[in-house]
Design a protein around this ligand. Structure first.
Ligand code: R2B
Ligand code: URA
Length: 300
C-alpha cells in the first residue's frame, strides 16, 4: 500500500535518499548511535520527539514527562542515551526529549539524525515538536506561541536553502489541526497561535540594536517588527524555518511551541530573573505535556 494511504499512527518515517541503501552501517555521528545497533528494540515504541535548544531543559523535560506520565524513574536518575558531546537524548516511554543546540545549522544535524534513527527503528506515527524560547512580537513574556507558519528573516513564508548551489524552496506551514489541538490544552497558560520568524542569528538578523554591530536604527527595527506583526507573526527565534521545512518535506506531523521571553516591541535585552525564565520555560513544556497526555489518553 502507498504509505500515504496508511493511517498516520501506523506510518513509519519514509526517508528520501536512495543512497542510504548502499550503506552497510549508517553512523549517526552526532548522536553516537549507528544502524548496526538494535534501534528497533531501543526506539521502536517512540511516538513523540520533543526538542529544545538546551541540554539542561531536555533533562528537565524528560524528568517532568516521567512524572506526568506516571513512569518510574530509574535509581540514579534518567541517563542520556548515546554520546552527549553535542546533543543529550533522553527516552521516557514513548517520548524522546533531546536538545538541538542553537540555530538552523545545529537543528539541521539533529533533525537528519533523529529522522534516520526513527526510520531505522520503524517507529510508527511519530510527531516532532520544537519546544523552546523566543522573542515575542506584540505578546508579553510568558506567552506561549504555537506556530501556524514559519517565516525566514526576510519575512517570506517559506524556506529557501541552497543545495549544490541550487535554491530549493520548501513549504513551512505547520499542521493546523495539531497546532489547534495543542492550543486547546493550554489550560490557564496564556497562549496564541501565530507566525514565527526563524532568523539566521540572534542579534542583527533579529533586528536587535544591542549587539556588537548595529548599522540600523531603532526606528528601522520597529518598522520591521511591526511589518512582521501585521503579517501575523507573533514571535521570533532561530530554528522554526528549518524545523518546519524539514518535517514537511518528510511528511512528519509537527508543531512548534515556544514561550516568549520578552516583547520585542518594548526592547531587545532579556532581563527576566532566572526564576521567571524557569517559569516561562515551564509554560511551554506544560502546554505540550497536556497535549501529549491527552493524545495518550492519560488523564491528570
Ligand atoms: C531561541 O533561543 C535561542 C537563542 O537564545 C535560540 O536557539 C532560539 O531559537
Ligand atoms: N530566542 C531568540 O532567538 N530570540 C529572542 O528574542 C529570545 C530568545
Amino acid at each position: 500500500m502507498n504509505e500515504k494511504n496508511v493511517p498516520y499512527d501506523e506510518r513509519v518515517i519514509t526517508l528520501q535518499n536512495p543512497n542510504l541503501e548502499k550503506l552497510n552501517v549508517d553512523y549517526l555521528y552526532h548522536l553516537g548511535l549507528d544502524s548496526s545497533m538494535d534501534l528497533k528494540g531501543m526506539f521502536g515504541d517512540v511516538r513523540y520527539v520533543c526538542m529544545g535548544g538546551s541540554a539542561d531543559r531536555a533533562e528537565v523535560f524528560a524528568q517532568k514527562t516521567a512524572e506526568e506520565l506516571g513512569m518510574e524513574i530509574p535509581e540514579g536518575g534518567l541517563k542520556p542515551i548515546g554520546k552527549t558531546e553535542r546533543f543529550s537524548l533522553y527516552k521516557v516511554g514513548p517520548v524522546i526529549s533531546v536538545n538541538h543546540g542553537m540555530g538552523i545549522g545545529s537543528i539541521e544535524i539533529l533533525l537528519n539524525e533523529i529522522a534516520k534513527l526513527l526510520a531505522y527503528a520503524k517507529a510508527k506515527g511519530v510527531k516532532f515538536f520544537r519546544l523552546g524560547t523566543s522573542g515575542g512580537i506584540g505578546v508579553e513574556g510568558g506567552t506561549v506561541v504555537i506556530t501556524d507558519k514559519a517565516y525566514n528573516d526576510r519575512l517570506e513564508p517559506h524556506d529557501d536553502k541552497s543545495v549544490c548551489g541550487k535554491v530549493r524552496i520548501r513549504n513551512t506551514e505547520l499542521d493546523p489541526e495539531l497546532a489547534r489541538g495543542i492550543y486547546d490544552y493550554r489550560g490557564q497558560i496564556n497562549a496564541v497561535v501565530g507566525g514565527t520568524v526563524g532568523a539566521t542569528g540572534f542579534y542583527e538578523p533579529q533586528g536587535r540594536i544591542d549587539g556588537a554591530i548595529a548599522h540600523h536604527t531603532e526606528d528601522e527595527k520597529l518598522a520591521w517588527l511591526r511589518e512582521a506583526h501585521a503579517r501575523g507573526v507573533r514571535n521570533m527565534e532561530m530554528e522554526a524555518i528549518e524545523f518546519a521545512a524539514f518535517t514537511n518535506q518528510l511528511a512528519i506531523r509537527s508543531a512548534i511551541v515556544c514561550v516568549a521571553l520578552l516583547n520585542r516591541l518594548n526592547g531587545d535585552q532579556v532581563t527576566s530573573t532566572p526564576a521567571e525564565l524557569a517559569q516561562f520555560s515551564d509554560n511551554a513544556q506544560q502546554v505540550l505535556l497536556n497535549y501529549i497526555k491527552k493524545d495518550l489518553c492519560i488523564e491528570k
